[in-house]
Write a protein that binds this ligand. Structure first.
Ligand SMILES: Nc1ncnc2c1ncn2[C@@H]1O[C@H](COP(=O)(O)OP(=O)(O)O)[C@@H](O)[C@H]1O
Ligand SMILES: [Mg+2]
Length: 262
């Protein structure tokens, strides 16, 4: 079943000075076309990764799908309906730190559990989710007392406790060191196997996309067009260097104008 359908999506940002001076004349030459006629669909419960060069429009695309940005032209359908605004069942983990610095890990996760009214059930759920992401023992720590990986884990716990239908993640592990990033990828594979949710994940790391995605959508430079829309269908664990995944890896490098071997 299709969860998300995107048809003829275009997004243009109108330069603010032009907007004031040429009100209503959207075609002014300095307007910035970011997304150029994107067409794709995403299956219910799948893990889709978007890769593309910096500044090509990845975050813009995700914000449109999550209902934070409007489209200039085209259609974005979730469950067959136009996306008009954000939904509490569509949870977004941003690129930047998203924890409240004045709240402990426990209190941050509790923010996501506001829909649970029974105090005992709420306590149990928070405990379970903190355990799931390996933060047992750090409940009373504030964000500045947690490592980068732990902060991201707390954000994942806060998102999961909201029981999202769709989880949007915008380069969530970009700022982490290499080893922590690998650990987080493994945890995302586990989380996805445990929850019935559709995950949309932006990365500029080709290997990350290949390790995580059921589907990988490769975007071009701005204005972004789809260069490749690949269905992986490979079980985990995945070896990136051989077989079909190895071939797809070469293909993505090629599509992005890169060489896998230097
Ligand atoms: N709100 C905005 N107003 C004007 N331009 C924007 C806005 N948001 C993003 N852009 C521009 O759109 C382009 C794509 O940005 P973004 O989607 O953040 O790229 P990516 O996430 O791929 O690095 C950039 O050139 C950026 O300057
Ligand atoms: Mg971005």
């Amino acid at each position: 079943m299709k969860k998300i359908e995107v048809r003829g999506l275009k997004k243009k940002f109108i330069e603010r000075r032009n907007r004031m001076r040429f009100r209503g004349q959207c075609e002014h030459r300095e307007d910035c076309l970011v997304l150029n006629d994107l067409n794709f669909s995403i299956d219910q419960g799948s893990f889709t990764c978007f890769v593309g060069p910096s500044g090509c429009g990845k975050s813009t695309l995700l914000k449109i799908l999550a209902g934070f940005e409007t489209v200039t032209q085209g259609q974005v359908l979730i469950d067959g309906k136009d996306v008009r605004c954000p939904s509490e069942r569509h949870v977004f983990i941003f690129q930047e730190d998203g924890l409240f610095p004045w709240l402990t890990a426990w209190q941050n996760v509790a923010i996501g559990a506001r829909h649970i009214h029974d105090p005992e059930k709420k306590r149990h759920e928070i405990e379970e989710h903190l355990e799931l992401v390996g933060l047992t023992g750090f409940e009373e720590h504030y964000p500045h007392e947690l490592s980068g990986g732990m902060k991201r884990r707390a954000e994942v716990a806060r998102a999961l406790i909201m029981e999202p239908e769709i989880l949007f993640m915008d380069e969530p592990f970009g700022a982490l060191d290499f080893v922590t990033r690998l650990q987080m990828r493994e945890e995302m594979v586990n989380v996805h196997s445990m929850y019935d949710m559709t995950i949309l994940f932006i990365t500029h790391d080709i290997d990350e996309a290949l390790q995580l995605g059921d589907q990988v959508i490769v975007l071009s430079d701005r204005p972004a067009k789809i260069k490749a829309d690949l269905k992986l269908g490979s079980p985990h664990p995945r070896d990136l260097s051989t077989g079909r995944i190895g071939e797809l890896r070469k293909e993505i490098y090629y599509q992005m104008g890169l060489h896998p071997a230097l």
